[in-house]
Ligand binder design. Sequence first.
Ligand SMILES: [Zn+2]
Ligand SMILES: [Zn+2]
Length: 179
Amino acid sequence: MSAAHQACGSSAESADLAAAQSLHQRLMASGHERPERERCPICFLLIEFAVNEHSKINVCCMKRVCNGCAQRGIYDSCPFCRTNVPANDAPMLAMIRKRVDKGDADAIHHLGDKYHHGGLGLAKDVPRAIGLWTEAAELGSVEAHYQLGCVYYNGIGVDEDQPRGHSPLAAGSNERERA
Ligand SMILES: [Zn+2]
Ligand SMILES: [Zn+2]
């Protein structure tokens, strides 16, 4: 706003309006950057939305690679930690649990996903998934914040609680901005 503008409209209301406008502009301009972790570390391309469908996680070290690189079969062992990537559910689950036991937020979040859908031979268990996501969110997992927000907001497997859904979504987007 120019000095001339401020001089002719210096009431408290116009200051409030200007503050509201600037907050609106800041909110509209923020949060559009994709976090670096959504970039495939092999081909360096951003992973397409929905990220989970267009990428896979190497459970040995929880590094995410795009489906293109994963399917091209350019590696048998993980290019990041050199572990042989297991092809079956049971050893994959064992690897995830090992990291969960060490308090790895990404692994806890990932195990929550598996309980949510009933993946890797696990019985579907939404309350368990929510418990794991809550733990991961407390450890700083942005994705877990986001998923908690979604399940509470939409009432998927829990009682719909939109105000409760807002707070993890906001916390997740704040963490995203800091990332
Ligand atoms: Zn890639
Ligand atoms: Zn690895």
